[in-house]
Design a protein around this ligand. Sequence first.
Ligand code: ATP
Length: 322
Amino acid sequence: MSELFWFEKYRPRSFDEVVDLEEVKARLREFVRSGNMPHLLFYGPPGTGKTTMALVLARELYGEYWRENTLELNASDERGINVIRERVKEFARTAPVGKAPFKLVILDEADNMTSDAQQALRRIMEMYAQNTRFILLANYISGIIEPIQSRTVMIRFSPLPKEAVFARLRYIADNEGVKITDDALEAIYEFTQGDMRRAINALQIAATTGKEITEETVAKALGMVSPRLLRETLNDAFRGNFGKAATQIYGFVVDGGIGELEIVKQLHREALKLDVPEYLKPEIAYIIAEAHYAILRGAHGLTQIYGALAKIRKLLKYTAST
Ligand SMILES: Nc1ncnc2c1ncn2[C@@H]1O[C@H](COP(=O)(O)OP(=O)(O)OP(=O)(O)O)[C@@H](O)[C@H]1O
């Protein structure tokens, strides 16, 4: 079933298949080579390869026996720490299969556990340290208690860079027999900001519209404005025909069904890329932030967007004339 999702179908199975993360790979390879490792804590935003790396490490450590030697648990399981204790106890009772000196427990969403549960987890980790190693996965390091932080080697994962995401998306598109333009890749990255799971998902959704993925099909599939079109609209709003820009934006919302908040977010990204003096950018960011806040508080979306564009236009005009 999970193979239906491309992000599962294309989850890397070896270090070589993992894009980017060179330093992480080097460190983990060293653990595999030496046959020993400490407890690990992988932390960082969603979709950046934490689970993937933990599973790849298991495969590289144990080869064909990786399943027998690996226990995957989810810490946010509502049955709590007692279930974790029981399952680890049961798992650690038997010796590792094959040559490896220890078994691996991968615990997802460790930062969702309460401090008390984490204290208990720390004791479990110590109790079974002789023949198990833990890999804890978390989004926020701040959600992990200090005694666990200090007993693990912490490895940080960051949003993946554009080239890495492009390389993976091109590889998947090739394999699936779909063509994708560079603009379309840009649009996907724009929308997903280094979260590889969302990027692969976006590719899969866009691919349902046909065998050639363009910026337009991506925008349509993801419910966003085509970044190229938005840039043209901004150009009209600030340098040319404001009425035309307003009509375009009306079309995005009313005909395209794109949410005003999504437009404001995109506006924020595009406006900060404008070719304007650097000192104006904070003011532009502020104007857009105000519109965003007003919409969240229930103000009429289109009015706020037009208002923000008008303010920015005034700012740019004023600066150009002084
Ligand atoms: N570096 C990478 N190289 C290739 N594919 C990757 C990479 N990182 C992530 N992926 C892809 O993205 C998907 C999601 O990654 P993964 O499950 O590892 O994210 P995660 O960091 O554990 O996220 P979460 O915090 O949401 O659990 C994987 O199934 C895989 O297809």
